[in-house]
Ligand binder design. Structure first.
Ligand SMILES: Cc1cc2nc3c(=O)[nH]c(=O)nc-3n(C[C@H](O)[C@H](O)[C@H](O)COP(=O)(O)OP(=O)(O)OC[C@H]3O[C@@H](n4cnc5c(N)ncnc54)[C@H](O)[C@@H]3O)c2cc1C
Length: 424
């Protein structure tokens, strides 16, 4: 009987545990989590904040699930040190847990930029927005009079603004970039999102940063890089995340920006695997560079593959590309692959008010797309990117409005249906 140990009870860790149990009915599986909650949906924390998701509905897995799969979860317990020679992990409770196969699925942590006088330990009204606990604390603190400042106009900052909408006096979002969601959108698409959010009286201060805050036990005022100052009752810092690699690094495991893994999700040390936001993944668009993709589907897939491989399977992780499917105040956005105009030989844009359909084509391949309020063909486009399909070989022009899976030949369609059902 083997001993499987997983550090992290998020999408990667839980999917790994399920995959292990599917292949190995009897061995022991333990998950260590430094959070106090069962597996919940991180993307749901803004809906908890807004009140749209009730506490009982934020969980993806309950105690019964872990029990039925015979998976032991140690909540509120931090993995402090990994000894890869003795094959054991030291926890914050002083326990040494031995393993035959270990998965590191530690996710990422919020990046905190240098802001003069900002002190998370001292100031009681500053928050990050990554965990359910962050959202609970924030919800407890806000009032109808709160003037909220959010540092960061990326996905998480915007989701925080949506969660707070209607519950506070004002919301101002500050970002260094000239547009919202700068890492995934070009200006034309970003402007549509920004204008839509502005209709909800959320203010944007772009191409600016918060350089200083005032206040000892609480932040009372922020100063922007252009010298402007304004009152602040709540400050949310959401300028991005960094992979949690320290535990792996201190154990002698190779790390760059993220934990380095091979195509089977194994780290540089035998029997130690890693998956999710904490790893560098194989990038479909770059054979030299791996990238950290902080995305839910990626974490789930990698966790599953790592789990199977820990039981002895040999499944290769596919190369991946960024993909976001999200809504802001009812505006649907799907973006995938490379969307920057600078890397394309043809951009097809069809936009009307609050609607956009952009395809990015390079060397006769679809390399990315952005769809706003127009998501019907997302599946087919994703498939074309994934397969690196040569567009000239298709039966239809993909910029045509009427395409569906009929862009593929009958033979290709049959193969795709078979692949979908084949699974592992
Ligand atoms: C507000 C918000 C909205 C989002 N929306 C989307 C979205 O729409 N689409 C999308 O694709 N992605 C979205 N994401 C990102 C997505 O949630 C992450 O990519 C995903 O949760 C990563 O899963 P993971 O298992 O790798 O890491 P995590 O979910 O971060 O889980 C890692 C766990 O390990 C724990 N841990 C870390 N170190 C230790 C240790 N030493 N000992 C014990 N436990 C430890 C952490 O506390 C955490 O519980 C969103 C994120 C946020 C915050």
């Amino acid at each position: 009987m083997k001993k499987y140990l997983i550090i992290g009870n998020g999408a990667a860790g839980v999917n790994a545990a399920v995959a292990i149990r599917a292949n190995d009915k009897t061995s022991s599986i333990k998950i260590i989590s430094d959070e106090e909650f069962n597996f919940y949906g991180r993307p749901l924390i803004s809906y908890y904040l807004s009140g749209q998701v009730k506490p009982e509905n934020i969980y993806y897995r309950n105690e019964e699930f872990y029990k039925s799969k015979n998976i032991k979860v140690l909540l509120d317990t931090k993995a402090k040190k990994i000894d890869t020679v003795k094959k054991e992990v030291l926890t914050s409770l002083g326990e040494r847990i031995s393993y035959d196969k270990l998965l590191i699925a530690t996710g990422s942590s919020p990046f905190i930029p240098l802001i003069k006088n900002l002190d998370f330990n001292r100031q009681k009204n500053v928050f990050t927005f990554l965990t359910y606990k962050d959202s609970i604390r924030l919800k407890e603190k806000i009032t109808g009079n709160s003037k909220v400042v959010i540092a960061g106009a990326g996905l998480v900052g915007l989701k925080a603004s949506e969660g707070l909408f209607g519950q506070v006096a004002s919301i101002t979002v500050v970002d260094l970039a000239d547009r919202v969601m700068a890492s995934v959108l070009d200006k034309s698409e970003a402007d549509i999102i920004q204008e839509h959010i502005e209709q909800k009286f959320i203010n944007f201060k772009l191409q600016m940063s918060i350089c200083e805050v005032q206040g000892k036990s609480s932040v009372s005022e922020v100063t922007l890089s252009n010298g402007e100052t304004f009152d602040c009752d709540i400050l949310v810092v959401a300028v991005g995340v960094r992979p949690n690699v320290v535990l792996a690094k201190e154990a002698g495991i190779n790390t760059l920006r993220g934990i380095v893994v091979d195509e089977y999700m194994q780290t540089s040390i035998k029997d130690v695997y890693a998956a999710g936001d904490c790893v560098e993944s194989l990038d479909l668009f770059s054979s030299e560079n791996n990238r950290v993709f902080a995305l839910w589907p990626n974490a789930s897939n990698q966790g599953e593959i790592a789990g199977f491989n820990m039981t002895g399977a040999k499944i290769k992780a596919p190369k991946i590309f960024a993909m976001n499917s999200i809504s802001f105040f009812g505006l649907q956005l799907i973006s995938a692959g490379v969307i920057s105009d600078s890397r394309s030989s043809g951009v097809f844009v069809d936009s009307t008010k609050n609607k956009l359909h952009k395809l990015n084509i390079f060397n006769d391949n679809l390399i990315g797309f952005v769809l706003i309020n127009d998501n019907q063909r997302a599946g087919i486009y994703t498939s074309l990117i994934n397969d690196k399909t040569n567009l000239s070989a298709l039966a239809y022009d993909i910029t045509s409005k009427d395409i569906g899976f009929n862009v593929y030949s009958a033979e290709e369609r049959t193969k795709k249906i078979f692949d979908c059902n084949g699974g592992y």
